[in-house]
Design a protein around this ligand. Structure first.
Ligand code: DAH
Length: 350
C-alpha cells in the first residue's frame, strides 16, 4: 500500500507539472483528485489494511494529499499569470471595433430631412400596420382600385384582434394591412392638427411585388404635405425643384407630366434628367408623384375645402439612392453585404 501511494503521488505530481494549460490541469484534477478520482479511490482501501500498519499509511496518505494539493495550486497560479502576460502588450494600440455607418438609403433619408427642415417642414410619422380606411378610403381610393387587391397588398390575419379603429379613433377602420404608401401619414397628420400644416413623413412601405432588380416587398418612401390658405401649384413646383436640385445636383432638369392619383387633383409625375446623362438608355427618370390635395380628402378629415388648399408629394428613397450612386440592383440594398455597404460609408476608417 505504501508503494502504491508513493507511485500514485509521483504520477500525479508529474501530470500537474506537465499540464500546459488550464484545460490540461483541469483534466488531471478530474482524473486523480475528484471524488471518484484515482487518489480518493486508493485511499478508501486504507480501511482494509491491518491495524498496525495504519499509522504509517495514514501519514503517507496525508503527505501525498498535501503535496499534490500544493502542486496543483502552484501550477494553477503559474498558468493564470502566464495567460495574462502573454495576451497583454501595453505597447500595442488598443483594439478598435468600428461603429459602422448609416445605410445608403438612410443617408438619403437624412439628407432629405435636412433639406426639408430648411424649408420649414416638420417630421411626422404613422404606423407600418395600417388599415383600409387610412391606406385607401380616406385617400379617396375607390373600393375597386387594383392596389386594394390581395395580390398587391399584405393583409393581416384579424383573428382574435379587436376591430381596427377608423377616422373617429373608434371602429370602422376595415381590414388591417401593411401600408403600401406613406400617404397614410397625410391623413394622420391632418386629423392630429389644424392648418397651416407643412410635414414630411419618411418610412417603410410594403407591397406584394415579385422581387427583382427594381422591385422589393419592402421599401422606403418619403411623403410631403402642405396645407394652408392660398397654397398653389407654383408652390409645389418650386419646392420640389429646389429640393431635388439640393439633393441630386443643380444641373437637374424637370418635367411635370400629368398623371392620376386618387388623393390629388390635378396630379403629376415628376421626371428629371441631367444634360448628357442616361440611365439604361433613358434620359428622363420618374422620381416623384405629386399633386394638389383633392377636396374629397379634406372632407374626410373635416378640413374646410373652401378655405384651404394644399399639395402633396411622395417618392421612393431607394430610387434616389440608385440615381445618386448608380446602383444596378435594388436587392443590394437589403442583402446587407458589408462589401457593398462599405462603399457608402461616410467614415474614412470603416
Ligand atoms: N403614394 C403614391 C405612391 O405610392 C405616391 C404619391 C403620389 C404620393 C402623389 C403623394 C402624391 O403624396 O401627391 O405611388
Amino acid at each position: 500500500m505504501l508503494d502504491d501511494i508513493a507511485s500514485l503521488r509521483g504520477a500525479i505530481l508529474a501530470a500537474i507539472a506537465a499540464a500546459a494549460d488550464a484545460d490540461a490541469l483541469e483534466a488531471a484534477r478530474i482524473r486523480y483528485l475528484s471524488r471518484s478520482g484515482e487518489l480518493p479511490v486508493l485511499l478508501e482501501k486504507m480501511s482494509a489494511v491491518p491495524k498496525e500498519q495504519r499509522p504509517a499509511i495514514g501519514k503517507a496518505a496525508n503527505e501525498a494529499k498535501q503535496a499534490v494539493a500544493a502542486a496543483f495550486d502552484a501550477r494553477k497560479a503559474e498558468l493564470t499569470a502566464a495567460g495574462e502576460t502573454e495576451d497583454f502588450d501595453p505597447t500595442l494600440p488598443g483594439r478598435y471595433d468600428p461603429p459602422g455607418s448609416l445605410h445608403p438609403v438612410l443617408q438619403v433619408r437624412d439628407r432629405a430631412i435636412e433639406i426639408f427642415r430648411r424649408l420649414g417642414f416638420a417630421l411626422a410619422d404613422g404606423p407600418d400596420i395600417e388599415n383600409e380606411v387610412f391606406n385607401f378610403d380616406a385617400l379617396n381610393t375607390l373600393a375597386d382600385h387594383p392596389a386594394r387587391n390581395e395580390q398587391d397588398t399584405f393583409y393581416l390575419d384579424e383573428e382574435g384582434l379587436e376591430p381596427s379603429p377608423g377616422l373617429d379613433g373608434k371602429t370602422g377602420g376595415g381590414r388591417r394591412l401593411l401600408r403600401t404608401q406613406t400617404s397614410t401619414v397625410q391623413i394622420r397628420a391632418m386629423l392630429a392638427g389644424q392648418p397651416p400644416l407643412r410635414i414630411i413623413a419618411p418610412g417603410r412601405c410594403y407591397r406584394r411585388d415579385e422581387i427583382d432588380a427594381t422591385h422589393g416587398a419592402s421599401f422606403f418612401q418619403m411623403e410631403g404635405l402642405v396645407v394652408g390658405e392660398n397654397v398653389t401649384l407654383a408652390d409645389l413646383k418650386g419646392t420640389l425643384e429646389y429640393f431635388f436640385r439640393e439633393l441630386l445636383g443643380s444641373d437637374l432638369k424637370f418635367r411635370f407630366r400629368p398623371h392620376f392619383f386618387p388623393f390629388t387633383e390635378p396630379s403629376f409625375e415628376v421626371d428629371c434628367a441631367r444634360e448628357g446623362s442616361t440611365v439604361k438608355g433613358r434620359e428622363w427618370l420618374e422620381i416623384c408623384g405629386c399633386g394638389m390635395v383633392d377636396p374629397e380628402v379634406f372632407r374626410h378629415v373635416g378640413y374646410d375645402s373652401e378655405k384651404y388648399t394644399g399639395y402633396a408629394f411622395g417618392f421612393g428613397l431607394e430610387r434616389i439612392a440608385i440615381m445618386r450612386h448608380g446602383v444596378p440592383d435594388l436587392r443590394l440594398f437589403s442583402e446587407n453585404d458589408v462589401r457593398f455597404l462599405r462603399q457608402f460609408s461616410t467614415r474614412l476608417d470603416a
